[in-house]
Ligand binder design. Structure first.
Ligand SMILES: *[C@@H]1O[C@H](CO)[C@@H](O)[C@H](O)[C@H]1NC(C)=O
Ligand SMILES: *[C@@H]1O[C@H](CO)[C@@H](O)[C@H](O)[C@H]1NC(C)=O
Length: 943
């Protein structure tokens, strides 16, 4: 069981609700790890010394350190206006670029790590190794070190989400060691480094027959460890029994009500999960050691990954990503030319700004082929790749559009804007439900540029052959833009509008059929580059600002903005001097239409539908599928302000249906740090989105934001947990269960994965209302799968009538079992610092040097050597030789050098040397290294 996670008592939650709802609007606290006394501490968000707070402290510190190192290496000063994640992101990305940047990605990354950390208490509640319970030290360490291998492999393959998820789980186990073992009782204040080093032994483990604890009748004795265990410095941990009270004779218990062994002699418990009056010192020592241990692990990951990839994993990257899915069949050459123009324009015009894309993704599709997905951070590579695309083959037939889109949705970071260029309907339309599931789970928006509709229309009796694309655009909050090939260049401004780092949606509505309607929306002071998009045919509209100034669709350039019309798209760019307050747009059309109001602002939010889980340490888990019908829906929302969450107040959060636009407000519970738990008792029928209103305290103006991804509830529910990694060439079994609260009967099961790995699973299940039906899916990654590959798996269950369905989206990492846990070795051969003056202030003109031998023994071989500390120059011989010689030269003013050698599986070896003198004679004895040095140079000079 866990842990520092103190359980959330329902009485505490009630108190929070009362105190919150009694306020008008809730004030959000800063990103403080310790929330105010009225806020009980809870699994996610605030609290005192929980897994989340320990993880958060370590992550923010390591990210700050890395950002500082990157800034300094580039010759910038690192300056943050505050410690909130949004200010940290701005400071981290700030020095190199102008403009605003949203903290949303960093927030999401932190949340992913926290939630996986918390889920160890749900998914592995009864597993001793996951919590270092019951003296399962070797198995616990194996989980940590194997997890670290997986994280490093995932980062190498740029599968950052998979890396974050494993990181969250591994940190939980590592942190539990300090709470559940007697490490701090033994007097240690530093972390036990051997837990993250598989090559070092775990020493002094107590064997199963040795008693470890004295009896503690009260259940709360500060240190129950037996004196001889203490004296011999033996390591032990508490036994935990959720279902049974038995434990080996004389052993410590974990303790607490959930642990049935705690009432068996020796009674009491060893855990330091909670701070009580009797254990303050030990609890604090455990928290400090767990925090330091988390930092050590993060440092190892950072060194193995390199600073840039470490920050990318943490979501510290400009949020704009260019993602194009392009039809390359014969008729598409004009469209490809235009897509290329747009890519060049984005790259060239946004260079050096916060809007410069951090990543480029390109997926071509044709018939019958699609892909491969090209993914790069290098703008020149993107230019080359898109220039290579040629229209070829296919013909007047539907193409593999959705297969290409599937690759883009699973490969792009969450919340990306994906653009599809095509002139034909999809042949692989059977994928539509999978695409909708992926859209819902990634929250990415998909927009379509559909050209040549008239050519295709003749082939079909249906009114609009592109209806499927329109459905997908609508479901994701994207646009379905229908233009002629000639008009396409005028329509692609939409793409430039969205390639920005701080895009927000103020309002989005769809009407089918159309009718005359007035839509009000609030524009706050922080919004810039406000753009209104309307898609549809035969539309007239009038826009009115808070001062009642109006502009109609016939005025291309008016008092409020400029209007561009191309194909079925109208794009209104408001003038920069817009008024804040409530605006209105009156739209009149009897045809279907969509309306979207966007702008750029750092005031934004992220959200997830969650479900609470019970057990000794309850918490919240993100729902992978649609929320359950007939019950309240719960959301976890994080709000970001211009200067952290304390710079805004939230007045209302609700769900709004995309049809009639009915708003259902939720009850808000402040979780601290900008996190809000929202409960909506009556979930609306049909598709809905999330809407949020509040006040920006910086400008004292009201704001509104809404989510783009449509969601709806379902009576069906699928449950599955990926609890380990897959191995190349080996079948991986995934148990799953399906339940429905609707009518029973046959449910169709379909599963897809984005790598086309072979799978087997039942094609249908017979369900009984309210009862779980279990089965298993087997997926087999080919033996040639590179370690670190991740697979996105979508499983759907649909009633035989098709009336109800749900899905689950899972990520599975394929990791090769490795046996190389040996760090590269660094042996300092010589240090020549004789010239450095005693008086450091005289160091200017003098130099020192160091040489070292680097080896990886029988390991996988050194792949990278990099300088971490020191202003000198580092050079080294060929990496392919068994012994690599490294030479370092620096000014005597730079007295410390640290460099690291990373092998092919991410084991990190360090070289460290300081020439700081402790006064008196030089601290280094030079004779032996000098002698070795001469020997080495003689060896090197031999022909
Ligand atoms: C193991 O025990 C020895 C002697 O009792 C002690 O010196 C050593 O520090 C202990 N090691 C650990 C990791 O506790
Ligand atoms: C967005 O607004 C800013 C400030 O008003 C302006 O400098 C910038 O050029 C605008 N960007 C675009 C793409 O119009």
């Amino acid at each position: 069981m866990s842990h520092f996670f103190k359980s959330l008592k329902s009485s505490q939650l009630r108190n929070v609700k009362h105190s919150m709802t009694s306020m008008l609007g809730i004030a959000l606290f800063g990103w403080a790890l310790i929330a105010g006394p009225t806020v009980a501490f809870v699994p996610i968000g605030g609290g005192v010394s929980t897994h989340v707070s320990i993880t958060g402290t370590a992550l923010l510190q390591k990210v700050t350190e890395t950002c500082r190192a990157v800034a300094e290496a580039a010759g910038h000063e690192f300056k943050s206006t505050g410690s909130s994640p949004e200010e940290l992101v701005q400071a981290c990305l700030g020095p190199t670029a102008t403009g605003e940047v949203s903290g949303a990605k960093f927030h999401s990354a932190l949340q992913e790590i926290y939630r996986q950390n918390g889920l160890v208490d749900r998914d592995f509640v009864n597993s001793a190794p996951h919590h270092f319970n019951s003296e399962a030290f070797l198995q616990g360490r194996a989980l940590i070190t194997e997890g670290m291998v997986a994280i490093k492999a995932n980062i190498r393959e740029e599968n950052f989400q998979a890396a974050r998820e494993t990181l969250g789980r591994v940190l939980h186990t590592l942190q539990d060691f300090y709470s559940h073992s007697n490490w701090v009782e033994l007097g240690y204040t530093e972390p036990y480094i051997n837990l993250i080093r598989r090559d070092l032994p775990l020493e002094n483990l107590t064997d199963v027959n040795t008693a470890t604890c004295s009896d503690c009748a009260s259940g709360t004795c500060p240190n129950p460890i037996l004196p001889n265990i203490q004296k011999k410095k033996k390591l032990t941990s508490g036994y935990m029994g959720i279902f049974s009270s038995s434990k080996p004779k004389g052993k410590c218990s974990h303790g607490g009500a959930a642990d049935l062994t705690s009432t068996a002699v020796p009674r009491g418990g060893l855990n330091k999960d909670e701070r009580r009056s009797d254990n303050v010192a030990l609890h604090n020592a455990a928290v400090n050691a767990a925090t330091a241990a988390s930092l050590q692990l993060l440092d190892d990951i950072r060194l193995a990954a390199g600073d840039n990839d470490f920050l990318r994993m943490m979501g510290i990257a400009r949020s704009s990503v260019v993602c194009f899915v392009i039809d390359t069949t014969g008729s598409m050459s004009d469209d490809i030319d235009e897509a290329r123009e747009v890519v060049y324009e984005i790259i060239d015009s946004k260079k050096g700004t916060q809007d410069e894309p951090s990543e480029y993704i390109l997926v071509p599709f044709n018939d019958p082929s699609f892909g491969p997905m090209i993914r790069t951070t290098d703008p020149n590579k993107m230019k080359r790749e898109i220039s290579k695309l040629k229209a070829d083959g296919g013909g007047d037939i539907p193409e593999m559009c959705l297969s290409g889109l599937q690759l883009a949705l699973t490969g792009a970071p969450a919340s990306s804007h994906i653009y599809v260029f095509t002139d034909a309907t999809a042949k692989d339309i059977a994928l539509k439900d999978t695409i909708v599931a992926l859209i819902r789970s990634t929250k990415s928006t998909v927009s379509f540029f559909m050209t040549g509709a008239s050519r295709r229309r003749r082939r079909s009796l249906r009114a609009d052959p592109f209806n499927d694309y329109k459905d997908l655009a609508l479901a994701s909050g994207g646009q379905a833009i229908q233009v002629s090939k000639k008009q396409l260049p005028q329509a692609t401004d939409v793409i430039l509008d969205t390639s920005t780092s701080a895009l927000v949606t103020v309002l989005q509505r769809a009407r089918n059929p159309g009718k005359q309607e007035t839509f009000p929306f609030i524009l706050d002071e922080s919004l810039q580059n406000i753009t209104i998009y309307i898609t549809g045919t035969s539309i007239t509209f009038t826009l009115t600002n808070p001062a009642s100034v109006s502009q109609s669709n016939t005025e291309a350039s008016g008092k409020l903005g400029t209007i561009q019309t191309v194909g079925n798209l109208r794009r209104v760019r408001l003038n920069a001097d817009k008024q804040t307050g409530t605006w209105q747009i009156n739209i009149n059309s009897n045809q279907p239409y969509t309306l979207k109001v966007t702008g750029q602002s750092t005031i934004t939010f992220i959200y997830d539908f969650v479900e609470s889980f019970k057990g000794p340490h309850p918490g919240f888990a993100v729902l992978s599928g649609r929320p359950q019908a007939g019950q309240p829906a719960t959301l976890m929302l994080s709000v970001m302000g211009r200067k952290g969450p304390s710079s805004l107040t939230v007045s209302n959060i609700g769900l709004v249906t995309s049809g009639p636009g009915t708003v259902t407000s939720g009850t808000m519970t402040d979780m601290g740090g900008g996190d809000i738990l929202v409960t909506v008792d009556e979930v609306p029928e049909g598709e809905f989105v999330v809407i949020l209103k509040g006040t920006d305290k910086v400008s004292n103006t009201e704001f509104q934001r809404q989510s783009t991804t449509q969601m709806s509830v379902s009576k069906v529910n699928i449950q599955a947990v990926v609890d380990s990694n897959a191995e190349p060439g080996k079948a991986f079994k995934l148990p799953f269960s399906v339940i429905t609260q609707g009518p029973g009967g046959q449910y169709h099961i379909s599963a897809r994965n984005d790598r086309n790995f072979p799978m087997s699973y039942p094609s249908s299940l017979t369900l009984t209302t309210g009862k779980y039906t279990n089965d298993t899916l087997t997926i087999t990654p080919p033996a040639s799968t590179p370690s670190g590959t991740d697979v996105t798996l979508t499983v759907e269950a649909k009633s035989s009538s098709g009336a109800d369905s749900n899905y689950i989206v899972l990520r599975l990492s394929v990791v090769t079992k490795i046996t190389d846990f040996v760090q590269p070795l660094c042996e300092v051969v010589s240090v020549l610092a004789d010239d450095c003056p005693q008086d450091v202030s005289q160091c200017g003109p003098f130099q020192w040097e160091l040489s070292a031998n680097l080896t990886d023994g029988n390991g996988t071989g050194i792949e990278r050597i990099s300088l971490q500390q020191g202003d000198g120059t580092l050079s080294y011989t060929s990496l392919s030789a068994p012994i690599i010689q490294a030479n370092y030269n620096a000014s005597c003013c730079s007295q410390i050098v640290e460099f690291v050698a990373v092998d092919k599986v991410g084991n990190v070896g360090k070289c460290y040397q300081s020439i700081v003198r402790s006064g008196g004679p030089p601290a280094l004895t030079l004779s032996l290294p000098l002698w070795l040095c001469l020997l080495v140079s003689a060896f090197v000079m031999r022909p």
